[in-house]
Design a binder for this molecule. Structure first.
Ligand SMILES: *Cc1c(COP(=O)(O)O)cnc(C)c1O
Length: 494
């Protein structure tokens, strides 16, 4: 998880962005130019100058501590008829273009998208599978067998393109408890002008997750096993990002889950599934069930809905860590303890993308967001009036997760990973007669063999890529859990 990185203000590369905006702001002519031709991004907290798409990507977190959002949500209703027949990558190019404007040439965007999705095991990128009256959207056919590949394969290529164009480089630093690290490494391996340093707690991530990271041999990938726990790794990360001199001298950056490009890449599959189902089943709209942690995935669904995708409702599914379910059912967003569960990628306390949704919920009022976030900082609690009818929400406990995996395996010969199982379990409480339900499948079950064994009593969660990992050589540097040790390792390496 990159939770902590998200809270750090990323000023890397910021100087150049201000340049671009102010160049054009010199004259009224210039200003109109920018507004007409290019989608601009603003901060939820209203205190960052509007930036273009590329600058939003390089900025990650907004300079005022808020999250970046497009100044206007494009209305694509008129395009839907034409989009219905597009392949996944072609649809991705169209959807993304509406948010990029002319900030990246169309042919370049097309090339980046095609290159990103060539690494997937399906030419369709995602698979739609009918099981027990539900449509399971398999998002896990990328190189690390988790849905995060859909965004991070694209983000890696996008970074590479922007860095080459600006003739600069980036050193990405992250800490992982196992889940996001591998997708970030696979997204950036072998990319020009990028080094990636990923810290994990030595011996404390699952053997599969550790091997997915440490078997990558590209020269720009640096795995660091910290002699400590995940909190130590997070602390070191925070210290290094807090060292602003070091941070700017070494162009440190984060692949954080709040990067707008990650949301953007995820919007695509909501359109894809909704339009395919419309075409095949003749339904007017569909609803989606989304296993949720940091609210990135389901926020992409919310954007798709607001753009005009035929979506009736979003079903938010959490595990025992149910802060978001409590918000959508009772209106209270209150920090709690993190409990370890069978779906570790959803074990979060504070959802880093939630502020984006909140911005729309309070009527796009940046001042309210500043007040609410300050209130949350001080009291760990926010309360809002009213309910949003676009969302349903529920949580699945450990037994529900195991039961759902067991039932789907026994009755339908379909193996759900524990994250997907939480979504499926919650979805079953919210089925509708008139609209089909699409459940997002976020990881391949072979990534979580222990949960599958516990649910089914059998060792059946296999994937050839995972099996192959066990025989590959590994490369990893073991370091003591100190800021100095990691800092000198980075200095020696770059
Ligand atoms: C990251 C992740 C999630 C949660 O996605 P968010 O965008 O953080 O809500 C769900 N399932 C899996 C397998 C994940 O890796």
């Amino acid at each position: 998880m990159f939770g902590l990185v998200n809270t750090l203000v990323d000023i890397t590369l910021h100087e150049s962005m201000l340049g671009i905006v102010s160049d054009h702001a010199d004259t009224m002519e210039g200003q109109r130019d920018v507004a007409d031709e290019t989608m601009l991004y603003i901060s939820t907290r209203g205190q960052t100058d509007p930036v273009r798409f590329r600058d939003a990507v390089m900025m990650g977190l907004a300079t005022d501590g808020g999250l970046l959002l497009p100044r206007v949500i494009p209305d694509v209703t008129d395009h839907l008829g034409q989009w219905r027949s597009l392949s996944y990558p072609d649809l991705a190019v169209e959807v993304m273009s509406t948010f990029i404007g002319n900030d990246i040439p169309h042919a370049t965007l097309r090339e980046l998208v095609y290159r990103s999705y060539r690494s997937f095991k399906r030419t369709t990128v995602v698979d739609l599978v009918d099981v027990n009256g539900l449509t399971i959207m398999e998002l896990f056919h990328g190189p690390t067998l988790a849905f995060k590949d859909i965004a991070l394969q694209f983000l890696g290529n996008l970074f590479e393109y922007i860095l080459a164009d600006r003739d600069t480089h980036l050193n990405i630093l992250g800490a992982t408890s196992g889940d996001t690290g591998s997708a970030a490494i696979y997204g950036t391996r072998g990319k020009a002008n990028i080094n990636i340093f990923i810290m994990h707690p030595s011996g404390r991530v699952s053997p599969i997750q550790e091997r997915q990271m440490t078997t990558v041999m590209d020269g720009n990938v640096h795995n660091i096993a910290i002699e400590g726990d995940f909190d130590d790794a997070q602390r070191i990360l925070k210290e290094l990002f807090g060292d602003l001199e070091f941070k700017s001298a070494y162009r440190l950056g984060a692949v954080n889950s709040v990067n707008w490009a990650r949301v953007l890449a995820q919007i695509v599959y909501y359109f894809y599934a909704a339009l395919r189902l419309q075409a095949h089943m003749g339904c007017e709209r569909v609803q989606f069930a989304v296993p949720t942690g940091n609210f990135g995935d389901i926020f992409a669904g919310y954007m798709a809905l607001r753009m005009g995708a035929p979506i009736e409702r979003l079903i938010l599914a959490t595990n025992q860590n149910d802060i978001l379910t409590r918000f959508f059912t009772a209106g209270v967003y209150a920090r709690g303890e993190v409990h370890p569960t069978l779906s570790p990628s959803m074990d979060i306390q504070v959802a880093s993308n939630f502020e984006r949704y909140l911005y729309y919920r309070v009527g796009e009022d940046a001042r309210s967001i500043r007040d609410l976030m300050q209130q949350f900082q001080q009291t760990g609690r926010i309360e809002l009036e009213g309910r949003d009818p676009l969302f349903a929400a529920g949580s699945g406990a450990r037994e529900d997760t195991l039961d759902t995996i067991a039932t789907f395996h026994r009755n339908h010969s379909y193996l759900l990973d524990p994250h997907t199982a939480v979504g499926v379990c919650v979805a079953q409480h919210f089925l509708m007669d008139e609209y089909p339900t699409v459940c997002l499948a976020t990881a391949h079950p072979a990534k979580f063999p222990d949960a599958i064994r516990e649910a089914t009593g059998q060792d059946i969660a296999r994937h050839q890529d995972i099996d192959a990992l066990m025989n590959l050589p590994t490369r990893c540097t073991i370091l003591p859990a100190t800021e100095e040790a990691v800092k000198s390792f980075i200095l020696e390496t770059v």
